[in-house]
Design a binder for this molecule. Structure first.
Ligand code: GLA
Length: 698
């Protein structure tokens, strides 16, 4: 809901449990008033009317107050917008107007010198505490020099004054994504970013700040901000001299230049979403999850199938017969979607060749993919394939025909990673080629699922002949989005997974057009608990793919773990199986079948329930709980039992203290009040033990 104050210059946005207020001053400055628990319009207007203390010394009266600080004038904070022509740098605003349209507020400004129009957008939905903010900048023309956007962030968020703040981030690298780091914020700027052309394994574009470092999993004030952009990006958290904290975020990794706008052209930033929660990190996560399931992820009400993926089993050495043999075993296990990973196309027999040539390898699939897809369907499963459309191996027909289609600088080395180069998706001919290839592929066989990979970062991101090559960083992502959108529209029954060597492209932008993401190439079930804990800070289990692979985990660390531990670890997300099933014994296959059956029973709760992280994976007992309707599901893991002691009782969350709950496995009846206060003994013992507990409200 959006309310407008009497003067028409104060706005109050109200969501499920929080409010956000802003005001246009008499001088048409757009300043921040409130972000936090719900307040009334009268309270917002009182804040607007309160006199501002004059700035001290060298400080500015605007810094730390503005909704969208720009470069120029009496400002010294990091600007959200930085624009220049050959002659004039910075902006000076004239108010153009404000409008409320349903749950969206738009406030417009113009800069007559630059012929620039700026629209700031805010959207807060009644069922959520997430505020979506973005900006549009346009060169209104009809003439005038081109405008260079050095920086155009989506928003600046301002936190209330507190004694101090702690900042949480999710850092990582390949096979070790989304690890939580929390540090005290101090004066100056803390910047996280990707300079890689994709979201990156190194940081999810998300931060959380809790006042005085006092929030816990279920208590305290937490502010979160997350960006919906799948290219290079930057989030800057600034603590100003007076202690006020402002957070800006947008596309592009530095101020080297983002885009150039000719008369008539415009740029819309990605969404930089913000959230306040009064219920700790867990409350913030649940609010992020609910918002993504309701408003971001396509078809989120559809439960994701259990998949089998052949990558860890077969690598590059694949054949139709071998895939069929795996598919038969997967089907017998209850798998619902069979995915052929890399090496089905072109001359792809290792990672040196074939990327770019998206037609089936005639030696391996003589009649194309259709026979295998039909067989897989005959086994009662959906059929999926792996692609990496944005890439090309120099050893490919595509590269031999179009060496100029890759990002490169004239006269410079074309740096290879994994023997591959990045196609320039900012080019229309490249987009059109990929559209034709992928559309033909999806038409050639009954394909239900596409795992879309991206296995290297940008390096030599040049575009010879293009006047403003820097735009490639933004337009590559625009090209990717346009391609996926077009494929989805033409093939509406096909689901897409975003992968980038595991979790290198996980963000709200890609999640608004894909059905799930590959969380990490690390399938070790113990490491995964930590990666999943981090991932769940912002994204829901419904999009978090997790596979059960072989033990020992030869790919990573030779760790030996039981099928039980591997399954319960992977059941915390969208369950998949990725082991070499031809090596699994009859007993293992039968046991796996029973785990898959159990997963299907708990799946609605895992994929749609409210997540409570009961205990973090820090060496001992850890657990997550999903509350959904009358049922609650607990997944609990014991890394190592110490001193022969019984692991601690698990205190559950989100239950009704006045209700009783029946354990669906033992039939035991528990009182909600006891489960909440004293907890439940899980009976786990030894090393790497795990269990699924299901309780139903009596
Ligand atoms: C990436 C993915 C893997 C697999 C390989 C195939 O590393 O993350 O899951 O698809 O590529 O080459």
């Amino acid at each position: 809901m959006i309310e407008t104050g009497d003067t028409g210059r104060t706005w109050l946005l109200t969501g499920a449990s929080s409010s956000y207020a802003l005001q246009l001053t008499e001088r048409d400055e757009l300043v921040h008033l409130h972000w936090g628990p719900q307040i009334s319009l009268a309270a917002a207007e009182a804040l607007a009317a309160a006199p501002q203390p004059p700035p001290r010394g060298f400080e500015s009266a605007l810094d730390g107050r503005e909704e969208y600080p720009v470069e120029g004038g009496p400002r010294f904070v990091r600007p959200a917008l930085s624009v220049r022509t050959e002659e004039v740098r910075g902006t000076e605003w004239v108010l153009a107007g404000a409008a409320v349209d349903g749950d969206e507020l738009r406030i417009g400004f113009t800069d007559p010198v630059h012929r620039l129009a700026l629209d700031l957008h805010y959207r807060m939905r009644d069922d959520s505490d997430v505020i979506e903010r973005w900006a549009t900048v346009a060169h209104t023309g009809p003439d005038g020099p081109p405008l260079e956007l050095l920086r155009a962030d989506a928003a600046a968020w301002t936190l209330p004054a507190r004694d101090g703040w702690r900042m949480s981030r999710l850092h990582g690298r390949w096979a070790a994504e989304t690890q939580i780091a929390r540090t005290e914020l101090t004066y100056g700027e803390s910047v996280i970013s990707s300079r890689r052309g994709h979201t990156g394994h190194q940081h999810l574009p998300w931060v959380a700040l809790d006042a005085d470092g006092t929030a816990t999993e279920e208590h305290g004030e937490v502010y979160g901000c997350a960006l919906g952009w799948s290219g290079s990006w930057r989030i800057s958290v600034q603590q100003l001299p007076d202690g006020i904290v402002q957070i800006t975020g947008g596309a592009g990794h530095d101020d080297a230049g983002l885009l150039r706008l000719a008369p008539g052209e415009s740029y819309t930033t990605p969404v930089f979403a913000g959230l306040w929660s009064g219920a700790g990190f867990g409350g913030a996560s649940r609010a992020w999850h609910a918002w993504q399931l309701a408003h971001v992820v396509p078809d989120a009400e559809r439960l994701r199938p259990v998949l089998y993926n052949s990558w860890e089993a077969t690598g590059f050495d694949i054949s139709q017969d071998q895939q069929r043999a795996l598919a038969e075993r997967a089907a017998a296990m209850g798998v619902e979607l069979f995915v052929v990973d890399d090496a089905w196309f072109g001359r792809r027999t290792d990672d040196r060749a074939g990327l770019g040539d998206w037609t089936p390898n005639p030696d391996r699939f003589p009649a194309g993919l259709k026979p295998l897809a039909d067989e897989v369907h005959g086994l009662g499963m959906q059929f999926g394939i792996w692609v990496e459309p944005e890439m090309v191996n120099p050893d490919s027909d595509l590269y031999r025909a179009h060496p100029d289609w890759v990002q490169h600088f004239p006269g410079r080395t074309r740096t290879e990673f994994r023997h591959q180069l990045v196609l320039n998706l900012a080019r229309n001919d490249v987009r059109e080629y990929l559209w034709e290839q992928l559309d033909a592929l999806l038409t050639s066989a009954p394909i239900d699922y596409v795992k879309w990979d991206f296995n290297r970062s940008f390096t030599d991101a040049g575009w010879p002949g293009e006047e403003y090559a820097q735009k490639l960083w933004v337009e590559h992502v625009d090209g990717l989005y346009a391609l996926i959108d077009r494929l989805r529209a033409a093939h509406p029954s096909v689901a897409f997974e975003s992968c980038s060597g595991g979790g290198g492209r996980v963000d709200l932008g890609i999640l608004s057009r894909t059905d799930q993401v590959w969380t990490s190439d690390n399938t070790d079930p113990l490491d995964r608990l930590v990666i999943q804990e981090g991932f769940s800070q912002i994204h829901p289990a419904r999009v978090m793919a997790a596979w059960v692979t072989d033990s020992p985990n030869v790919q990573l660390n030779d760790r030996v773990s039981s099928l039980r531990f591997r399954f319960v670890s992977a059941m915390a997300g969208v369950l998949g199986v990725g082991g070499d099933l031809t090596e699994w014994s009859a007993e293992e296959l039968a046991e796996a079948r029973s785990w898959v059956d159990l997963y299907k029973e708990i799946r609605p709760h895992v994929q749609r329930g409210a997540l409570y992280r009961l205990r973090a994976p820090r060496g001992g007992l850890s657990a997550v709980q999903y509350v959904h309707g009358e049922e609650t599901v607990v997944l609990v893991w014991l890394e190592a039992q110490r001193y022969g002691e019984r692991p601690p009782a698990l205190r559950l969350r989100g239950l009704d203290p006045t209700a009783t709950y029946t354990c669906l496995d033992t039939g035991a009846v528990h009182h909600g009040s006891v489960l909440l206060h004293q907890g439940l003994h899980t009976g786990l013992r030894g090393d790497l033990d795990a269990r699924v507990l299901r309780l139903r409200r009596a």
